[in-house]
Design a protein around this ligand. Structure first.
Ligand code: GTP
Length: 776
C-alpha cells in the first residue's frame, strides 16, 4: 500500500515545465495552526501548514539545510520516528506503522515484511523554514556498511534509544563510527511509554557507555503508561500531548509555562533540572558563561531561551556535550520537539570541515554515497553536493572511473518517490538518473579540467609537486572501508540458460552494496556469494528472486575461515617448461615468516632484497607479485585465504624469453611449498555476542552458550533483564536466532559482531578438516 502519495506534491509535467500540485485540503489545515484554546494555553499543530512547498524552496539557503542521519540499535524506533517526522512535516497524511508494514522509508518489499530497515532511504522534508535531508540507517549489524556510508555524507545525527534499554550494542558501534566522522549528535530517548522505560537509567548508560556528557533539555512527565509529555527545560514550559488531541495523532499539543497548580514536586524538579542545565552550559561555553556573569548573575533563571539555545548549539557542534530529549514516537509524543532540536542545534552543511571545498571553489564536487537500480530508469545515484551546483541534462566527470557521464534527470528523494527538479546547490542531497558507471563511493565533478585546477590548488596548499597519483589522492573523497565478509555460499541459477541473467543481477547488486562480494570458485567454476551475515545473504537471495525474477538455489552457508603460519620457513622451486619452441625456465627461492605487527593483514607483505629490486625489471616484479597474490587467496590446508604472512623473495633466476605467467606460476608454487613447511594454521572468526534475556531464561541461555564454545565475559543488569556479553566462534552461531527464540520463549534478543580471527586448536582444526573433506 502506498501511503504517502496523497500527501505529496504531485509532479505534473506540462509543456516541459514542472508544476507541483498540492491537495486542496492542506489549505484547510493551515488555517487551524497555532491557535489559542479557551483556557489561554497555546495549542500547537504541526500539520502541513508549517511546510513550504518544494516549489517555493527547491534550493533553500545553505544555512537552513540539515543533512541528518538517524541511527540506533535495531528496533529502537528509527523508522517509526522518521514516519512521524514526515507526518508532522506534512508529507504523509496517515501515520505509517512498521508493524503493519506500511511505512514510507522502509520501502523495499522485504523491509515491509520483516519490519526492519535494510537500505538507507534518503528523505527530504521541510520543517519550520529548514530543509531536512534525513537518512534512515539500518540497525542490524549485517548492514553496518550502510550506516558507515551514510555517516560520511551527514552533517549531524539523531541517536534513537529504546528508553527501557538505554545504550545497546549496535548503538555503541554506530556511535564510534559517528565519532570517527566527527558528526555532532542529539540523543532521543524513545519508547518512554513502554513499561520499564527509565529516563534516568538511559541517561546514566549514555554517560557510562558512550562516555559523553548528556545535556538534559527535557524531563519526562510520567513514564510507561503514564507518560504524557515533557518539561522543556530551555523554556520552562510543560508540553503535553493529551490522549484525545486531534484524533490521537499527536499533531496538536499544549504548551504552557509551569505554574503553581502543577504541584510543588514537579516545580522543584523542573527548577533544579533547569538550574543544572544552565550551570552545565555555562561550564562548557565561555560566551554563555560571560553573559551569565555579566547580565544574569542576579537572576540566572531569567536567561532567555534564545541565548540558551545558541549556547547549546555551540556546545553540540563542538562535541563538548550531547543534548538529550525524550518521547514516544509510537504514541505520537515528543517528535515535533525533536524536529525543532534538529533545526536548532545540528549543523548546516557550511559548518562542516571539508578541505576539498576550497579547492573546488564554486565548481561542482559531489560524492556518490548510494546506488539503487530502478527497473525503468536504470541506476539511480544518491549524491551529496559539497560545492557548486547540478543541473539535469548535463555531463559530469567521475574522477574514480576517469570518465565523463551524462546525467539525464535530477531528483529530490522521498523514500521510493522522487520529485524532479531543475537544479540543486551545494549542501543538498540529490538523486541522479542516467549515470552508467558511477558506483558507491565515487567522486563526481564538472569536468576533467575542473579536477585538474582543483588538484593544482590542493598541491599548492600542501606545498608539494603535483603528480598524477597525488592528483587522484587529493581529489577523491575518502572511501568507505568495507569489512571482509564472514559468510559465503554457492549460488546457482535454475538452469544454465539463466546464468547470464544471474551474473547481471549480481553486478547490479554489487554496485549498490559494496559489502556483497561475488567470486568464482576456481576448481568448480561455481558462483560464490560472500556476505556480512546470515541475514545479509538471505536478503540478497530474496532480492534476486523478487527484483530480478530468478529462482536461485543457495548452497549451505559456510564460514569464511582464514589460514596463517606459526613459524618461519623457506623453499626453492624450479619450473622448466617448453611451450612450442620457447623454453620457460625459472628458479625461485623465498622465505616466509609470521607478521607480528598490528593486523590482520590480508595481502602478502612482500620483501625483495635491494639487489633483486635493481636486477629485476618492473614487468618481472609485477609477475612475482601477481603470483604471490594469487597464492595468498588459497592457503595450503583448506584453501582459505591467508593473513599475516611476510614473504621475502631471496633469489630469482629467469631464462631469457620466459613468459610472465610462467614466472607467476613458479613463485606461486614455491610459496605454497614454504607455507606447508611453516606450520600452517586455520583461523576462525570469533564474534562479540550480546544477549539481552530475562532472569527466568538466563540459565538455559548460558548452558546453550557453553555448548557453542562460547566464553562469557560479563553479565550486566539492565532493568529487569540480564545482558550477557560473550565471545563465540561464528561457526557455532548458524541459525542462532531460531534457537534463541525457542530457548527463551521469545524473551531474548541478540547482536553479533566480528571481533577477531583466532587460531583453532589442533583438535577443532582436525574436525573441520574431516567435515570439509568428507573424511569421517
Ligand atoms: N512502545 C513503543 N514501541 C515503539 C516506539 N517506537 C517504535 N516502537 C516499536 O518498536 C518496533 C521497532 O520500531 P522501528 O521503528 O521499526 O525500529 P527501527 O529502529 O527502525 O528498526 P530497524 O529498522 O529494524 O533497525 C516496532 O514494533 C514499533 O512499533 C515507541 O515509542 N514506543
Amino acid at each position: 500500500m502506498m501511503l504517502f502519495v496523497t500527501g505529496l506534491p504531485r509532479v505534473v509535467t506540462h509543456s516541459s515545465k514542472l508544476r507541483y500540485v498540492y491537495p486542496s485540503c492542506w489549505q484547510l489545515r493551515i488555517a487551524c495552526n497555532n491557535r489559542r484554546n479557551v483556557q489561554g494555553e497555546r495549542r500547537y499543530s504541526s500539520h502541513p501548514g508549517d511546510v513550504k512547498s518544494l516549489r517555493t524552496i527547491i534550493n533553500p539557503d545553505i544555512s537552513k539545510i540539515r543533512n541528518i542521519g538517524i541511527m540506533a540499535h535495531i528496533d529502537a524506533g528509527k523508522t517509526t520516528t522518521t514516519e512521524r517526522m514526515l507526518y508532522y512535516a506534512g508529507y504523509t497524511r496517515a501515520l505509517g506503522d512498521v508493524d503493519d508494514g506500511d511505512t514510507v522509508t522502509d520501502f523495499m518489499a522485504q523491509e515491509r515484511e520483516r519490519g526492519i530497515t535494510i537500505q538507507s532511504a534518503a528523505v527530504t522534508f521541510d520543517w519550520k523554514n529548514h530543509r531536512i535531508n534525513l537518512i534512515d540507517t539500518p540497525g542490524h549489524v549485517d548492514f553496518t556498511v550502510e550506516v558507515e556510508r551514510s555517516l560520511r555524507v551527514l552533517d549531524g545525527a539523531v541517536a534513537v534509544f529504546d528508553a527501557s534499554a538505554g545504550v545497546e550494542a549496535q548503538t555503541l558501534t554506530v556511535w564510534r563510527q559517528a565519532d570517527e566522522h566527527r558528526v555532532p549528535r542529539i540523543c532521543f530517548l524513545n519508547k518512554m511509554d513502554k513499561p520499564g522505560a527509565s529516563f534516568c537509567y538511559s541517561v546514566d548508560s549514555i554517560k557510562k557507555k558512550l562516555k559523553v556528557k548528556p545535556l538534559l533539555l527535557q524531563l519526562p512527565i510520567g513514564a510507561g503508561r503514564t507518560f504524557t509529555g515533557v518539561i522543556d527545560l530551555v523554556t520552562s514550559e510543560k508540553v503535553i500531548w493529551g490522549p484525545k488531541t486531534s484524533d490521537g495523532d499527536g499533531a496538536v499539543f499544549n504548551r504552557h509555562p509551569l505554574v503553581t497548580a502543577d504541584g510543588p514536586n514537579l516545580l522543584k524538579e523542573a527548577r533544579d533540572a533547569r538550574y543544572a542545565l544552565i550551570e552545565q552550559v555555562a561550564d562548557l561555553d565561555d560566551e554563555f558563561a560571560e553573559l551569565a556573569l555579566r547580565e544574569l548573575c542576579e537572576n540566572i533563571e531569567a536567561v532567555p531561551a534564545e541565548k540558551l539555545n545558541a549556547a547549546i548549539r555551540r556546545i553540540t557542534l563542538s562535541h563538548a556535550a550531547v543534548p538529550v530529549l525524550c518521547g514516544s514516537a509510537l504514541k505520537n509524543k515528543g517528535v515535533q520537539l525533536l524536529m525543532d532540536a534538529i533545526s536548532m542545534y545540528l549543523p548546516s552543511p557550511n559548518e562542516g570541515q571539508h578541505d576539498f571545498k576550497q579547492w573546488y571553489g564554486d565548481d561542482l564536487c559531489a560524492l556518490a554515497f548510494k546506488v539503487l537500480h530502478d527497473k525503468q530508469r536504470g541506476p539511480i545515484v544518491f549524491v551529496r553536493i559539497y560545492s557548486g551546483s547540478m543541473k539535469p541534462q548535463s555531463a559530469v566527470y567521475n574522477i574514480n572511473k576517469n570518465c565523463m557521464e551524462r546525467m539525464s534527470r535530477l531528483l529530490l528523494p522521498f523514500a521510493d518517490q522522487q520529485i524532479e527538479i531543475p537544479s540543486l546547490q551545494a549542501g543538498n542531497i540529490a538523486l541522479l538518473v542516467g549515470l552508467k558507471q558511477t558506483a558507491t563511493g565515487d567522486t563526481i565533478v564538472s569536468s576533467k579540467a575542473s579536477a585538474a585546477v582543483a588538484s593544482q590548488r590542493a598541491a599548492k596548499d600542501s606545498g608539494k609537486k603535483c603528480d598524477q597519483n597525488r592528483e587522484q589522492e587529493n581529489l577523491v573523497l575518502a572511501g568507505v572501508e568495507i569489512p571482509e565478509p564472514v559468510f559465503f555460499c554457492t549460488i546457482e541459477p535454475p538452469s544454465l540458460a539463466k546464468q547470464a541473467d544471474l551474473d547481471r543481477a549480481l553486478i547490479c547488486l554489487q554496485r549498490e552494496d559494496p559489502s556483497l562480494k561475488v567470486k568464482i570458485d576456481p576448481d568448480s567454476g561455481q558462483t560464490i556469494l560472500c556476505g556480512m551475515g546470515e541475514l545479509h545473504i538471505d536478503i540478497i537471495h530474496d532480492r534476486i528472486k523478487r527484483e530480478y525474477k530468478i529462482e536461485t538455489h543457495l548452497g549451505p552457508l559456510q564460514v569464511a575461515y582464514r589460514e596463517t603460519i606459526s613459524i618461519s620457513a623457506s623453499s626453492a622451486d624450479t619450473l622448466d617448461r617448453t611451450v612450442g619452441s620457447k623454453r620457460n625456465l625459472i628458479t625461485a627461492e623465498l622465505s616466509v615468516r609470521p607478521w607480528l605487527g598490528e593486523g590482520p593483514v590480508t595481502k602478502p607483505l612482500i620483501e625483495f632484497s635491494d639487489v633483486l629490486q635493481e636486477q629485476l625489471s618492473t614487468e618481472i616484479l609485477d609477475a612475482v607479485e601477481n603470483g604471490l597474490n594469487t597464492s595468498f587467496l588459497q592457503g595450503p590446508l583448506l584453501n582459505f585465504p591467508l593473513q599475516d604472512v611476510v614473504v621475502t623473495l631471496e633469489s630469482l633466476h629467469v631464462h631469457p624469453g620466459t613468459s610472465m605467467p610462467m614466472i607467476s606460476a613458479c613463485v606461486s608454487r614455491c610459496l605454497q611449498k614454504a607455507l606447508r613447511r611453516a606450520g600452517s594454521q586455520v583461523l576462525e572468526p570469533v564474534m562479540n555476542l550480546e544477549i539481552t534475556v530475562d532472569e527466568d531464561h538466563l540459565s538455559v541461555v548460558l548452558a546453550d552458550l557453553a555448548q557453542r564454545r562460547g566464553s562469557v565475559q560479563e553479565i550486566q543488569s539492565r532493568q529487569d533483564n540480564r545482558v550477557v556479553l560473550a565471545c563465540v566462534p561464528l561457526a557455532e552461531m548458524m541459525g542462532y536466532s531460531t534457537t534463541l527464540r525457542t530457548l527463551a520463549s521469545g524473551m531474548a534478543t541478540f547482536t553479533l559482531e566480528l571481533s577477531r580471527y583466532e587460531a583453532m586448536t589442533s583438535q577443532e582444526q582436525k574436525m573441520l578438516f574431516n567435515k570439509m573433506t568428507g573424511v569421517m
